[in-house]
Design a protein around this ligand. Structure first.
Ligand code: UDP
Length: 253
């Protein structure tokens, strides 16, 4: 098989040139990292689960009218996506205090916030993705004021969608990160949800028990990460065995 041209290799995914202009193939690796690469491991099956889960969430968003970069899943580890200009921000939405916010403000993990909070980190591994105010983003030209208004309303819609879908399967969406890309449709710029949406970039707690079903399982050595992601996929009905369900052959007498 002819190898595809490598465009970019990140910590959890690889981008290859796509089959048509304006497309990429996004490959999900099994690599897990935390603490900006300080902790690393290979979690067998993680890439397959995240490919499926990201497909599920991106299709769901498209179905409620939120544009994404997702075109279609190609196989167990790859999906076809639209080429976008990534806005160099991590857009974080929080419903409950956790992680860096809980630490920064001395809050208890899981404390409810008065309303969803949207915040931005500048995407730069060397700097450790520092939190940046909107003023920096506009002053440095990473995005315009109009873009920021659109990004905040898109992020809050994604939050409502994700919170509802998760709550429906007994999971509380604590926080998550998305990335936004710009595409050009006949000279007109449009913003779309890009990158991935998976338990790698969300905090997901079981509603009843508070059990963590996200990357914190890896960050905090709480058990097997693939088991946690499998549980999320199972509850959402997107395990490979369900998706490719075919009736069993029956004996004809
Ligand atoms: N997050 C992410 N990538 C990052 C940083 C954060 O996907 O580089 C996600 C993280 O999984 C969590 C949310 O964004 O769901 C908020 O993360 P936080 O700022 O609390 O940082 P962390 O504690 O993960 O360092």
């Amino acid at each position: 098989m002819a190898r595809r041209k490598l465009i970019y290799e990140g910590k959890a995914k690889i981008l290859y040139e796509g089959p048509e202009p304006g497309t990429y193939v996004q490959y999900f690796k099994d690599d897990a990292t935390a603490g900006n690469g300080a902790k690393k491991d290979v979690i067998e099956g993680k890439g397959v689960l995240n490919n499926r889960l990201s497909e599920f969430f991106m299709l769901g968003l498209a179905n409620i009218g939120i544009p994404t970069h997702f075109i279609r899943r190609l196989n167990m580890r790859e999906q076809l996506i639209r080429q976008v200009e990534i806005i160099p921000l991590e857009v974080i939405v929080r419903n409950f205090a956790a992680g860096s916010m809980a630490k920064r403000l001395g809050m208890e993990e899981g404390a409810a916030l008065p309303r969803p909070i949207v915040e931005f980190s500048y995407k730069d591994d060397k700097l450790g993705d520092p939190l940046v105010p909107e003023e920096y983003i506009i002053a440095f030209g990473w995005a315009s004021q109009q873009d920021m208004d659109d990004i905040v309303s898109m992020a809050l819609r994604v939050n409502d969608f994700m919170s509802g879908v998760m709550y429906g399967v007994g999971i509380k969406l604590i926080d998550f990160k998305i990335e936004i890309g710009r595409v050009w449709d006949n000279e007109f710029p449009r913003l779309v949800v890009a990158d991935e949406i998976s338990p790698d970039c969300c905090r997901l707690w079981d509603v009843e028990t508070g059990q963590k079903l996200d990357k914190d399982v890896f960050r905090q050595d709480l058990g097997n990460l693939a088991d946690a992601y499998t549980e999320v996929a199972r509850r959402l009905g997107v395990l490979p065995s369900n998706v490719t369900h075919r009736p069993k052959p029956t004996l004809i007498n």
